[in-house]
Design a protein around this ligand. Structure first.
Ligand code: 5GP
Length: 191
C-alpha cells in the first residue's frame, strides 16, 4: 500500500536489533486517517468473506484493530497478556514469545467471546517471525473458529513469519512488506 510505504519512508526509524520504529503514526501516537485507509484496503481485499469478528493482541494491535472494526462493522476482540492460569477452563490460552521484549507470555481470550461460529480476521501491527500470529491462530483453532485472513500493517518479509503462514495456506495481507532495512543508513527497501 503506497500510502503506508511513503509514511514508513518519511517517519519510520530503523533501530539496531531489527526493529522498525513507527511510533509517530502507528502504534504509540496514531494517525487515525491512515489507520482508516489501511482498514478500507483490508475490507476491499477481503470483500465477500463472511468475517464477523476481528482478533488482535495487546497492546499495539488494538488501535489498528479498533478502527478496522468500525470499517468492517464487527466486534473487535484482543488477546490479553495474563499472569493467571486457566484454572476454571474459561479461557483459550496460548504462549507467545515477544519479539520486542524477548520474553514469553501467556495470552488469553475468554471463551465467552469466541466460538465455532466465528469467522475471524486477525490483525497486528507487525509480523516478524510469526510468533504472535501463531498464538492467535492457536486460540482460533482451540475455539473451532475459522481464520478468514490475516491483516498485517508491516511485515518484515526477510524474517519469514509471513511466508511460513502463507505456506500453511493462510491468506496473509500485509500492507507493507519490508525486504531489507539498515540501521546505519536508515534505508528501507520494500518487496
Ligand atoms: P513476531 O511475533 O511475528 O516475531 O513479532 C510480531 C510482534 O512483535 C508484533 O506484535 C509487534 O508488536 C512486535 N514487533 C516485531 N517486529 C517489530 C518491529 O520491527 N517494530 C515494532 N515496533 N514492533 C515489532
Amino acid at each position: 500500500m503506497e500510502l503506508l510505504e511513503q509514511r514508513i519512508r518519511k517517519d519510520g526509524i530503523v533501530k539496531e536489533g531489527n526493529v522498525l520504529k513507527v511510533d509517530g503514526f502507528l502504534n504509540h501516537q496514531m494517525d487515525v486517517s491512515l489507520l482508516k485507509a489501511m482498514a478500507e484496503q483490508w475490507r476491499a481485499d477481503f470483500a465477500g468473506k463472511p468475517i464477523n469478528k476481528i482478533l488482535t493482541i495487546e497492546a499495539s494491535g488494538i488501535g489498528i484493530a479498533a478502527i478496522a472494526g468500525l470499517v468492517f462493522d464487527v466486534p473487535v476482540l484482543f488477546a490479553k497478556k495474563s499472569k493467571s492460569i486457566n484454572i476454571d477452563g474459561s479461557v483459550y490460552c496460548s504462549r507467545v514469545h515477544s519479539f520486542t521484549h524477548k520474553v514469553d507470555s501467556d495470552v488469553i481470550v475468554s471463551k465467552k467471546f469466541l466460538d465455532a461460529n466465528d469467522h475471524v480476521f486477525i490483525i497486528d501491527d507487525f509480523m516478524a517471525n510469526g510468533c504472535a500470529m501463531n498464538g492467535l491462530i492457536e486460540i482460533c483453532e482451540g475455539a473451532g473458529a475459522t481464520v478468514e485472513g490475516i491483516g498485517i500493517a508491516i511485515e518484515k518479509g526477510y524474517q519469514g513469519g509471513g511466508d511460513a503462514l502463507r505456506e500453511r495456506g493462510f491468506v496473509v495481507d500485509s500492507l507493507a512488506i519490508v525486504e531489507s532495512m539498515d540501521a546505519e543508513t536508515g534505508e528501507i527497501e520494500f518487496r
